[in-house]
Design a protein around this ligand. Structure first.
Ligand code: FAD
Length: 579
């Protein structure tokens, strides 16, 4: 039994109650086979992208009532968390990719894959325009259109260069940096290809620094490896590079090792800022001990072919240092094709494509967006949260009993895990203060105005869901389950009660479950931050990392390959050949 208060909240959310401005139509209405009109005709579902979100959708879709067309410039799924390991030869590129045709071959739905890139979306005529470099002519590009009834955007994002001069030309990325198809198709410019190119560049630098004719100054330059961005990917890459240099390359290139320098540049105050402070401190100290130069408050303003220029926040000084290889890893930006689509559907002013909580693109019919290419509209979430509080204020006194207030916070956290993430990270600062004040108070009530203040702190600082594989995979799975369920609802109109609800209430909104995050720090040590503020750093967390990532790999084939790569590294060391 729910307490009355909870019933009220549930009724208020379920009945709409003015909380949400969406229409009451089912978010998956477009999927209903209009059997009387189109007997036997299946809905055409077009999926753009074969990354975490797209692949998770395809893996979990079990309904046979759809014709699925998949368009992606990659005919494989790549396990991105192991990309940094590909850059130093710990794991082979082939071990972390699975052909998409393998993934979908035994699925009950009709599926076709097209290796191409979508360059325009026409939501009015429900068409996507695509092009491929699989051409019969030497420099021609094959172009074609695909019609859809339902479109799923899972195109991920590109790296954010913040328009810093020279970055696109001279830096390496682990995500596509330049626009893939301009001026011509270059389907190799993808994450896995980038990781392999980066590895080759590092080995090139070692080879060059070992040549007798190269000057001391030039050797110092080529052996200076710079990582820009102190997020998890940048930190992991710097740690992997350090391991490669000291475990393997130092023995193979004895004359080059003395020139080695690794620098990690971060514009903010500290590295790994989305992690617990204990992890940030440990990582910074470990890097100092390892000789990795961590420079915080250092913003890159220009990259030329041989020098990287930074502006130091404290002094305002511009410093220019020579480098051999630079890896750019500073967050993500919207792909141009998604940007054009946003302009088309009235989202020109937004930074990222907005969806509602059912992952429907706002301002557009029958289009869903998942993973890094979209975000759930935060404004609506905050309106909803405020309304939940107002509904709980049954007596209309502008204040809530402490018990009710705690229920409100619990309900909000359940419904919006991103709020919980924010509250966890900030140690419930504002809400804790509220609770403490109220406890000391005789009335034991929370004033609505004070709550609003605390809420506005959350509002201004709460970030949308992080752009991670965890979010993308859960969104793909959620959407596939809704599609499967839609079929069950139609097949069982008189069936179990849970299938009989109508409109959007047949489907609960997307809810993210956070399982924690890792930051590998090199030397067989990892930092793990798990739900409930549980932090573990060291060798045991590294073993946890090995087991979690092995279990998350997409197939038994890739699992076996990666485990054998890890074993090979332990026995024979990393491979330093350029192939
Ligand atoms: P992606 O996985 O990027 O997939 C996008 C797909 O769309 C690709 O198949 C691409 O080829 C295709 N595509 C692109 N353009 C077009 C187009 N025009 N038309 C059709 N298809 C197109 N997250 C974690 O949770 N844990 C980690 O440890 C982690 N480590 C990472 C390490 C690295 C080096 C990187 C780069 C990312 C890491 N991430 C990690 C983040 C994670 O990879 C992303 O959040 C995730 O890939 C997002 O999934 P997605 O499906 O939205 O996009």
């Amino acid at each position: 039994e729910h307490p009355t208060f909870f019933k009220l909240l549930i009724v208020s959310t379920v009945s709409g109650g003015g909380l949400l401005t969406f229409s009451d139509a089912s978010p998956f209405q477009g999927l209903i086979t209009e059997s009387s009109q189109n007997e036997g005709k299946k809905k055409k579902v077009v999926v753009l992208g074969t990354g975490w979100a797209g692949t998770s959708f395809l893996k979990n879709l079990k309904s046979s009532s759809y014709d699925v067309q998949v368009v992606s410039p990659n005919n494989f799924f790549a396990f991105t968390p192991l990309l940094p390991s590909v850059t130093n030869g710990t794991v082979e590129a082939r071990s972390i990719v699975e052909p998409i045709r393998n993934i979908v071959k035994k699925k009950p739905y009709n599926v076709e894959f097209k290796e191409a890139e979508c360059y325009e979306i026409d939501p009015v005529n429900k068409k996507v325009y695509c092009r491929s470099n699989q051409s019969s002519t030497l420099d021609g590009i094959e172009e074609f259109t695909v019609d859809y009834d339902v479109l799923i955007l899972a195109m991920g994002a590109r790296v954010n260069t913040f328009n810093t001069p020279g970055v696109e030309e001279h830096a390496h990325f682990l995500k596509p940096g330049k626009e893939i198809l301009k001026p011509r198709l270059d389907l190799t410019l993808q994450e896995v290809g980038d990781a392999q190119r980066l590895r080759k560049s590092i080995i090139d630098c070692y080879e060059r620094a070992s040549l007798p004719s190269v000057s001391e100054e030039e050797k110092k330059r080529v052996m200076h490896f710079v990582v820009v961005g102190g997020g998890p990917t940048g930190v992991e890459y710097a740690a992997e590079l350090h391991d490669l240099a000291f475990d393997d390359m130092a023995k193979l290139y004895p004359s080059a090792k003395d020139y080695l320098k690794i620098t990690l540049l971060e514009a903010g105050d500290h590295i790994l800022n989305m992690f617990d402070k204990r992890i940030t401190t440990f990582a910074t100290e470990k890097f100092q001990r390892d000789g990795i130069d961590v420079k915080t408050g250092s913003m890159v303003v220009k990259v030329s072919d041989k020098d990287i220029s930074t502006k130091e926040r404290k002094t305002g000084e511009i410093v220019s240092v020579p480098y051999g290889v630079v890896l750019w890893s500073t967050g993500i930006a919207t792909r141009p094709v998604v940007r054009d689509f946003m302009n088309h559907i009235g989202q020109a002013k937004r930074r990222v494509l907005a969806t509602d909580e059912w992952l429907r693109v706002e301002g557009c019919e029958d289009v869903y967006a998942l993973g890094d290419c979209a975000t759930i509209n935060q404004r609506k979430v905050m309106e909803d949260i405020a309304a939940i509080f107002r509904k709980a204020d049954k007596t209309n006194t502008g204040a809530l009993d402490l018990k009710d207030f705690k229920e409100v916070v619990r309900h909000i956290c359940e419904r919006y895990p991103q709020v919980e993430l924010y509250l966890q990270k900030n140690k419930l600062k504002s809400f804790d203060a509220l609770l403490k004040n109220a406890q000391g108070d005789d009335k034991k009530q929370i004033d609505i105005e004070t709550f609003k203040k605390a809420l506005s702190e959350v509002d201004s600082q709460m970030k949308s869901l992080p752009p991670t594989a965890q979010v993308a995979a859960q969104q793909g799975e959620y959407l596939a389950k809704c599609f499967n369920r839609k079929e069950l609802c139609e097949k069982n109109p008189e069936g179990p009660l849970r299938f009989r609800a109508s409109g959007r209430h047949q489907f609960h909104p997307f809810r993210y479950r956070h399982f924690g995050q890792f930051a590998p720090l090199g030397g067989e040590q990892t930092a793990a931050q798990l739900p409930g503020d549980w932090v573990s750093i060291g060798h045991s967390a590294q073993w946890l990392w090995y087991s979690v990532y092995a279990s998350k790999l997409v197939s038994w084939r890739t699992r076996m390959l990666v485990i054998s790569d890890w074993s090979r590294k332990f026995i024979f060391g990393r491979d330093s050949s350029k192939i």
